[in-house]
Design a protein around this ligand. Structure first.
Ligand code: SF4
Length: 704
């Protein structure tokens, strides 16, 4: 490890998509003290509870330290040979599409890039998807439909400069805490009003000027009503709509059918008419308005429509890409955005390109790829269903725990036994996915040990830097992937000396024959030296060749990435939840995060300080529902859905909406006996994005 007196290492927090800069001071004994990086433009020195406890999570007690094959320790050579043999056999017997990858928004961009290149250019399988499918794929699809590209139009400074912040389906105070502090600062400095729209009255709702506790799944109705209100009150930016958009008339006509009047909007959403009117008036009369949305919008079988209903209102008012204005998707994971950039979603190819023949040909030539794919692969839910049916025979899981996090997680766990070859790259021993069955296990580097880049919610690329020695035999994921590529006969194409070289290739692909026709352009750093990569400050894309800096905002004067450079209004569908409630399952189960834990607790679970905030898996319930089911605060209750059951501690709160339960996603059989809530969630997906509905599964509750 670095000497204790060494200067702090600048790195990036590995948790949420805010992407805060961290200064790490290694103690020379495998640990480190951390503090916020005052120079990082995401957080300016601040860290939330999770970020500030990072130093408490660096112990090596539960790490995967050596490769293994079916439980027996193996050398790296033997393990990598086994991976290559398994993939080769599957492809020979069942075709290349019998091989798949399931990746993670926790991976670094360099890891993601190599996995995507190996699968889509050389193995010839399109089946590369990621846990980001569960996180923000509806936002990606909505961006593509509206802008022709997956582009977040604004930046964090817009939150500082807005006069109205609308937070939809987002407990920003807990899940993006540093951004929420920026929002509260804006309120203190300029009187910014905050409106929260969410079925749960969370801390974010408590601290808002207006809280709209709408019925689950009715977001599109509310924003359709807003579009109608804007049109009827002459609040459109008619020049922007005429010059830079298409499809307005049809979208408005559909909105009028969904939300014909204020009264109809209030009735359908379950809100008071006065509250809806106040929100509409605030939005209409406040030019500098940002609408932030997160998993309450995305994790839905109609998530793409919800996001487009929001974007429609910003396009109609021309409030996009200008300071203090715009629709703003808050990314959940630290590098969900980087994964999108390299093509880590099954419906992308690479560098924000899809499957137009000229895009496929361009990527094929750039990679020198012998087996380039020509169409989309299966998205996460379909992918695990295909594994269940025996269509996928070899799978490489990297940095994620689908036996906990996927909907219908029991089926997902069982499906893994159908595979001929299962490879798991993992840093933490004993996860539910590792316990599911024997596998080829490759020891991965964790935060503080790995080196590369991540991209946050505002398109800003920051470095995660190494400040600890790799433990045991753990190696970088990109290296393991490249080794397998070499064993499969593609030595020249998988021969990078370091992460910087992978980054250069990724940046060069983004600029390859790109005459400004694609949003994602990093060619300005395609020739970055190793030393400059090591020392680089955070940068925003697009950053084309010869540009002095990245671009903070896009689309103020159109220039969308559709063929005609116009944005598209989307005529959204009337909302309808995927599964109906019934006498057996009269309630709905919403899932999400708590303030001080991250994903499946593999890191935050190590910190007693963080665990003290919420120590056991629990279920929030409205007082009336608790009384009706004979439940009191602190009781144990069995929550059932058609897909599974969990025993959870009862938390009675008026913040819960009547008829709606809430349980966090974090606990698993690795750390509790019965709190694996992913097993309860339904598998219905959005028809455009493939993102599963995790917020409204029909459910029942009873005393345990
Ligand atoms: Fe880390 Fe997110 Fe907290 Fe920032 S807000 S310190 S990125 S968890």
């Amino acid at each position: 490890d670095l000497a204790p007196e060494a200067p702090p290492v600048r790195t990036t927090c590995p948790y949420c998509g805010v992407g805060c800069g961290v200064l790490a001071r290694p103690d020379g004994e495998g640990g480190a003290r951390v503090e916020g990086d005052p120079d990082h433009p995401a957080n300016f020195g601040r860290l939330c509870s999770k970020g500030s406890a990072l130093g408490e999570t660096l112990s090596l007690g539960d790490r995967v330290l050596h490769p293994s094959i079916d439980g027996a320790r193996a050398t790296w050579d033997a393990a990598l040979d086994a991976v290559a043999t398994g993939f080769r056999r599957a492809a020979a017997a069942h075709g290349p599409e019998s091989v798949a990858f399931y990746l993670s928004g926790q991976l670094l961009t360099e890891d993601y890039y190599v996995a995507n290149k190996l699968a889509k250019g050389f193995l010839g399988t399109p089946h590369v998807d990621t846990n980001s499918r569960l996180c923000m794929s509806s936002s990606v699809a909505a961006h593509r439909r509206a802008f022709g590209s997956d582009t977040v139009p604004g930046c964090y400074e817009d939150l500082d400069g807005a006069d109205l912040l609308v937070l939809v389906g987002s407990n920003t105070a807990w899940c993006h805490p540093i951004l929420f502090r920026r929002m509260l600062d804006a309120r203190a400095k300029r009187g910014t009003r905050i409106v929260t729209i969410d079925p749960r009255r969370t801390q974010t709702g408590e601290e808002s000027d207006l809280f709209l506790g709408l019925k689950p799944g009715t977001d599109s109705t509310l924003f359709s009503g807003l579009l109608v209100h804007l049109a009827d009150h002459g609040a459109l930016d008619t020049r922007y709509v005429a010059d830079h958009t298409a499809g307005y008339d049809l979208a408005l006509e559909r909105a009028r059918r969904i939300a014909p009047s204020l009264a109809a909007t209030a009735d359908a959403t379950g809100l008071a008419e006065d509250d809806v009117a106040r929100f509409f008036e605030l939005f209409r009369t406040t030019e500098r308005a940002v609408t932030c949305y997160s998993q309450g919008v995305n994790q839905s079988a109609q998530g793409t429509d919800k996001a487009n209903a929001i974007i429609n209102c910003h396009l109609a008012t021309g409030r996009i890409g200008r300071p203090g204005m715009g629709p703003f998707s808050l990314t959940g994971q630290p590098n969900a955005m980087g994964g999108r950039e390299v093509g880590g979603l099954a419906n992308m190819l690479a560098a924000h390109m899809h499957f137009l023949p000229e895009e496929v040909d361009l990527v094929r030539r750039f990679w020198g790829a012998p087996n380039i794919i020509t169409g989309e692969g299966m998205k996460a839910v379909s992918l695990f269903e295909a594994i269940e049916r025996g269509k996928i025979r070899a799978l490489w899981i990297m940095g994620t725990n689908p036996a906990v996090s996927m909907p219908r997680a029991d089926r997902v766990r069982a499906a893994l036994s159908r595979l001929d070859t299962l490879v798991i790259s993992e840093a933490i021993a004993g996860t539910d996915t590792l316990r599911a069955r024997n596998a080829i296990v490759l020891p991965a580097l964790a935060w503080g040990e790995k080196d590369g880049t991540v991209t946050n919610s505002e398109r800003r690329i920051s470095r995660q830097r190494r400040f600890l020695a790799p433990p045991g035999e753990a190696r970088a994921d990109w290296w393991a992937l490249a080794q397998v590529g070499q064993r499969l006969g593609f030595a020249k194409s998988f021969a990078w000396p370091n992460a910087a070289a992978v980054f250069r290739e990724h940046a060069a692909l983004s600029g390859f024959e790109n005459a400004g026709t694609r949003d994602f352009d990093l060619s300005g750093v395609a020739e970055i030296t190793d030393a400059a990569y090591d020392s680089t400050a955070p940068i925003q894309w697009p950053l084309p060749r010869k540009a002095k800096s990245g671009q903070a905002r896009l689309f103020a004067e159109g220039g969308f990435f559709t063929r005609d450079r116009r944005a598209r209004f989307v005529a959204v569908q009337a909302p309808k939840l995927a599964d109906a409630t019934s006498a057996a399952f009269p309630l709905r189960l919403n899932t999400g995060r708590v303030r001080d834990h991250w994903h499946t607790l593999t890191r935050t679970g190590k910190s007693p300080r963080l665990s003290a905030h919420r120590a056991v898996p629990f279920c929030e319930i409205h007082p009336d529902d608790a009384a009706a089911h004979g439940l009191a605060e602190g009781d144990l209750a069995r929550v059932r859905t058609p897909y599974g059951a969990a025993v959870l501690e009862v938390v009675v709160t008026p913040g819960a909406q009547k008829g709606l339960l809430f349980a966090p996603m974090h606990w698993s059989e690795a750390n509790t006996s019965s709190g694996r809530v992913g097993a309860l969630a339904q598998g219905a997906v959005d028809p455009v994005s493939g993102q599963p509905e995790l917020k409204a599964t029909p459910a029942a509750i009873a005393p345990e």
